[in-house]
Design a protein around this ligand. Sequence first.
Ligand code: NDP
Length: 241
Amino acid sequence: MMKKLVVITGASSGFGMALAKLFNQDGYPLLLLARRVERLEALNLSNTICRKVDVTDREAFQKAIDDAEQQYGETDLLINSAGVMLLGDIETQNPDEWQKMLDVNVMGVLNGMRAVMPQMKKRQGGTIMNVDSLAGIEPFEHHAVYCASKYAVMGLSETARQQMAPYNVRVMRILPGAVNTELLSHTTSDQIKNDYVAGNKAAGMGTITADDIAKSIKFAYELPQGVNLREIQIADTKQVL
Ligand code: NDP
C-alpha cells in the first residue's frame, strides 16, 4: 500500500534536506517546499513534488499542499523545518532581521498548521512536527529574537496539541542543539559567527548531524498514532547549555 503524504518545509538545506532523503528512501510520497526550488529538484527524488514556496505566503503554502493532496491524498505528516537564525543584540541589530525571524519561524509554522489541521481533525489522524530549538526553552547570548521566535513555537504547538488531542491528532516538537548546517551562515555579524563556531569547537562539539535529527523525527512519527512523543531534546553530547 502507498504510504501517506509527508510535507517538508525548508527541504533545500539542513534538516529538511536530510528528512527528504530519509523519508524518500523509505517510500513516502513527498511535497518539498523552499524558495530555492532548483535545489529541491536537484535531489531528483521519486514520488516527490517540489514547489517554490515562501512559508510566509499563506496562500501559496496552502495551494501547494492542496495540489499535492490531489495527487497523493491527505497530508499525514507536516514537518515545519523552514527557519532562519539571524543572531544579534536587540539594541544594535537591524529590526528587519527581527521581523524576518518572527515571520518565518512563527508565522511560517502557523501557516503550515492552518493548512493541514482541518482535514487532520476531520479524519482523526495526522501529525505535525514543529522544529523548535533548545533556544526555545533557554536563553543564549545574541539569540534574543531567535529565542523569542522559538519560545513562541512552544506556546503555539502545545496549545494546538491540547486542542487536537481529543481528535487523535499529534502535535510534536523537536528541540535540537547546535548542528552544523547553513543556518548560522545568514547571520550578518562575522564576529558573532566566528565566536559561535569557535565556542562549539572549543567544547569538542561537532559529532551530531542533520541525519541524526531526521532519524529522530522519523522515529517519533512512526510510533503508533495513539502515542505522542511530544517533545524531543537532542544535542551533541558535548553541548553543555
Ligand atoms: P538551514 O539554513 O540549513 O535550512 C533552512 C531551510 O529553511 C532552508 O531550506 C531554507 O530554504 C528554508 N527557509 C528559510 N526561509 C524560508 C522561507 N521564507 N520560506 C521557505 N523556506 C525558507 O537550517 P537548518 O536545517 O539547520 O534549520 C532547520 C530548522 O531547524 C530551523 O527552524 C532552525 O531554526 C532549526 N534549528 C536548527 C538548529 C541548528 O543548529 N542547525 C538548532 C535548532 C533548531 P530556502 O532558503 O531555499 O527558502
